[in-house]
Design a protein around this ligand. Sequence first.
Ligand code: BES
Ligand code: ZN
Ligand code: ZN
Length: 488
Amino acid sequence: MKVELFDKKIDDISADFEAILIVNKDLDHKFIKDKDKFDVLNYKGDGILVLPESKRIYVGIKEIEYDKLRLAMSKIYHALKNYNIKSVKIATYKNSNCTKKTYQAMTEGFILSSYEFDKYKSEKTKYNLNEIYISTDEYSDKTIKFEKANLGVKQGDIIARATNFAKKGVNEIPEIYTPKKMAEEAEILASRYERIECKIHGKNFLQKENMNAFLAVNRASVHEPYLIHLKYTPKKESKKRVIFVGKGLTYDSGGLSLKPSDYMLTMKCDKSGAMAVMGIIKGAAELELPFEIHSIIGATENMIGGNAYKPDDILITRSGVSVEVRNTDAEGRLVLADVLSYAQDFKPDLLIDMATLTGACVVGLGEFTIGLLGNNEELKKEYKDQIKDSGELMTILEFNDYLRELVKSKIADISNTSASRYGGTTTAGIFLDHFIKNEYKDKWMHLDIAGPAYLEKSWGYNNYGATGAGVRANLYYLLGLSKECGCE
Ligand code: BES
Ligand code: ZN
Ligand code: ZN
């Protein structure tokens, strides 16, 4: 899928089809050329109308807003993808406060929608539609410069492809996508980008580093665990060191606290945090962001067997904190405990971990929303505000001392489960907080992406399966930061 911007009137661009947005049922806009047909078709300007004979599609949109635009582009794509057409053109509007992000969002809408996981289908559907032409039409030099709009298209393309890259890894089956495969994928990524380097650490390293919680989770798996460390160094002097940590459970059976079958299904998605941090570093390199960025992943399976770690075990983590294991299905926080400890050795200015950590997050926030946790209320608010235009949804959750009580253990420093069945996302966050050193308490945020990371029912511009949750939000955040420090 290729999106191209033209500094031309829409009528001067040739394409197989034209898409026209109807903003807030305004049927009198000059782009609307089939108004005479609307009456008999009972089309009032909301929803979709395809007119094959005039080769035009109309899509109603309440207002020109970034995420509504993504959604509208997605509707256009899905309505036309089965047609035997190659290209569609669409214009941007005067009344829309057009910005660079308008073009960015439109581009993302098309590219995100066009991703489908069909690797294992013997018969793959081949869509001819793969070229989108965006016209600046009503937008001339006076409103937004072509270069700026074109930058939006370019960045939207990078961000959406980084997201699709993450989806691809998450969708791959657990038999194929083992920790080793994830490590290989990281190495391939590093080999493709001059400014990304990759270090892979195996079991010996984890032993040497006393990552006993990470190792315990891995023990019953036939696949070796890997700590994957990607680093992007910007061309210009770096303004900040941002470290992302990803939960890379290539499969989560629950371990001896085995998941019921219904809940185990889809647990190939437990590597979504890992794939997201890989997608982010890929995107960051292509966007040439002015920050030193690390993506550090704990990759393993959580399986059963005679040598499995057990409820009742006590693990001494890398940082020395002892953890009572009360449920082997709360494994993500164990892996993250050791990986977060390792990540802080690299002195982050900002430390963000991403994980499909708790079912409670899906129950509490629904399937569409990421949980945003951490000690620094200001930072969380700022972050949430910055990522708004990405279209990803986030809810801030707060720690409190009553919830802190719940992860205490009678026989170790902490327990890997809460004493209460309620507030599971926050208590998981509080567990992680035990592994954040004082100097980084205010620099750390935890994103629980369990809800939106994987879909069994598509929504918006996210098709069935992985969504690449967290990639867009963080790339938007980093782009925003680069603007803030004047180093765009
Ligand atoms: N990987 C799961 C969480 C999850 C649930 C991810 C649904 C995606 C969708 C995690 O390892 C887990 O099993 N958590 C337990 C924790 C509990 C045992 C304290 C949970 O949420 O049930
Ligand atoms: Zn689990
Ligand atoms: Zn898990």
